[in-house]
Design a protein around this ligand. Structure first.
Ligand code: ZN
Length: 241
């Protein structure tokens, strides 16, 4: 029995659902192909109907310009933003009000899950496609909203991600998702406790070359965790009220 942990309250969805051990499915049209191979990819994205008023706000991250004056210090576990997409990992982004990700990134998540032989369902809602502002690109309308199954503490969590078609952008894990996980993050050493999932384990987060912390979408983030003697309660002293 797998217990589903909802990062978000579930809503009734009109949608396409598939299992990752089956054919790939398209985040643009729901067809049996990867989004990259969608026959509709060159058509104008969405009909203007869906949720035009809804707007997602977030601080988008851009790959920093090469820093010529600083010596490159290669870190074994460091990911560039592009390699994050290939690795099926999201960026923890406290500036994002909703989680977003490119169809490229989610195609890759599907591919990895299939390679791992993991059956992880994805539900797509084509009636939920908010628009958002993306750096200098102006307003972009999402293709769909996906509910991804993500391994979490030996169980399965669901993560809601708005899917856009800006190439090769990683998934950004929003402040709303972080809140629902009960995330407490120590930025000095990239450790994290997800209070609402397991308050007795300390997760060691990976850090991208850009400095962003990273959340894996195809592996269990608790793989890199250590057991505490007690459950974490609060940053306040236990004696304080
Ligand atoms: Zn398609």
């Amino acid at each position: 029995m797998r217990k589903s942990r909802q990062f978000y309250p579930a809503r009734r969805e009109t949608n396409v659902k598939w299992k990752s051990d089956h054919e790939p499915k398209c985040f643009r049209c729901g067809g049996n192909h990867t989004t990259a191979n969608c026959p509709q990819r060159d058509k104008n994205s969405k009909p203007a109907s869906a949720n035009v008023g809804q707007e997602v706000h977030f601080t988008f991250v851009t790959e920093p310009e090469a820093m010529e004056n600083k010596p490159e210090v290669p870190t074994q576990d460091a990911f560039s933003l592009h390699s994050l997409v290939n690795a099926g990992k999201a960026i923890i982004d406290g500036g994002a009000t909703a989680s977003v990700g490119s169809a490229d990134a989610l195609d890759q998540v599907q591919r990895i899950n299939k390679e791992l032989g993991k059956q992880r369902d994805v539900t797509l809602d084509f009636n939920s496609s908010p628009s958002f502002r993306f750096g200098n690109n102006g307003k972009t309308q999402c293709l769909s909203t996906a509910q991804l199954e993500v391994p979490l503490a030996e169980k399965t969590g669901k993560m809601k991600i708005h899917v856009h078609d800006i190439p090769q952008q990683p998934v950004l894990l929003s402040i709303a998702a972080l809140r629902s996980l009960g995330a407490v993050i120590d930025f000095s050493d990239d450790t994290c406790i997800l209070k609402h999932i397991d308050a007795s384990r300390v997760i060691q987060l990976e850090r991208a070359t850009s400095g962003h912390q990273v959340f894996p979408l195809t592996q269990d983030i608790f793989q890199n965790s250590k057991q505490r003697h007690t459950s974490f309660v609060s940053l306040f002293d236990s004696s304080s009220e």
